[in-house]
Design a protein around this ligand. Structure first.
Ligand SMILES: [Ca+2]
Ligand SMILES: [Ca+2]
Length: 248
């Protein structure tokens, strides 16, 4: 029997399954960004994080505490290597004087340290949380130039709509940070004038799946910016930061 088993192994070496790599890895954080000065729970999602023993800040000094850890549900058809199947929930006390720029978080497990992963920090006076229900023009969330919106395409076919008060001739820039920071979101941005006319739209940017719109407004009035997933997917794995600026 033993020789038969050996023969089977030799004949079908590709059937032999390698054990999962023990090294921990952070793939992304939800939320994707945090506000300077706040104490907030952040989920680090990735590989082999369920055995997390400690968490530290390699750069940018923040107080950190592990609140929970375990397996993370994987969306249908998603791969663990892309979205992670484990997570650790971390309470982060973000320093008040943390500037724009990331905190480098390191999670340690018995297998070793996960490489430092950036948690984006937004100055408190520019940080806005997305407020549902914001799925249509009539319920659009008002936002202003300079702000960062911390949000998520929280369910399949979720649409997030934001309203800006613009003036003729102003140049506005709308940028999403998501996919390049590990989010499963493949964002699409569309800017509409009042009445619904589409002024500009972009799916992927020049160097990532995250779009960037630069628009000169043709008239005074409210404008509506919609953010969706290109594949109509959504969930806890689809966080984003939206940065809105007006060029001088
Ligand atoms: Ca949303
Ligand atoms: Ca995209």
């Amino acid at each position: 029997m033993r020789s038969l088993a050996l023969l089977a192994l030799l004949a079908f070496p590709q059937d032999k399954k390698d054990p999962p790599p023990p090294d921990p890895k952070i793939l992304f954080f939800t939320p994707l960004g945090v506000k300077a000065g706040e104490t907030v729970k952040v989920i680090a999602r990735g590989l082999n994080l369920d055995k997390a023993e400690s968490v530290a800040c390699a750069e940018g000094g923040a107080e950190l505490k592990i609140k929970s850890k375990g397996k993370a549900a994987l969306p249908k058809d998603a791969e663990a290597a892309a979205l992670g199947d484990t997570q650790v929930e971390i309470e982060v006390k973000v320093p008040k004087d943390a500037g724009e720029g990331p905190l480098a978080l390191v999670v340690t497990t018995p297998a070793g340290k996960a490489p430092a992963h950036p948690l984006l920090v937004v100055p408190a006076d520019k940080f806005v949380r997305e407020k549902e229900q914001n799925g249509g023009f009539s319920t659009a969330q008002p936002i202003e130039a300079g702000q960062w919106v911390d949000g998520a395409v929280s369910a399949p076919k979720d649409v997030d709509v934001f309203r800006i008060a613009g003036k003729a001739g102003e140049r506005w820039v709308f940028e999403v940070l998501a996919h390049r920071h590990g989010s499963a979101l493949d964002p699409v941005l569309t800017l509409h004038a009042e009445g619904g006319r589409q002024l500009a739209a972009q799916d992927d940017g020049a160097s990532s799946r995250d779009p960037l719109l630069r628009v000169m407004l043709p008239a005074d009035g409210p404008y509506y910016l919609s953010l969706i997933d290109a594949h109509d997917q959504g969930g806890a794995t689809h966080p984003y930061l939206l940065h809105v600026t007006r060029e001088p």
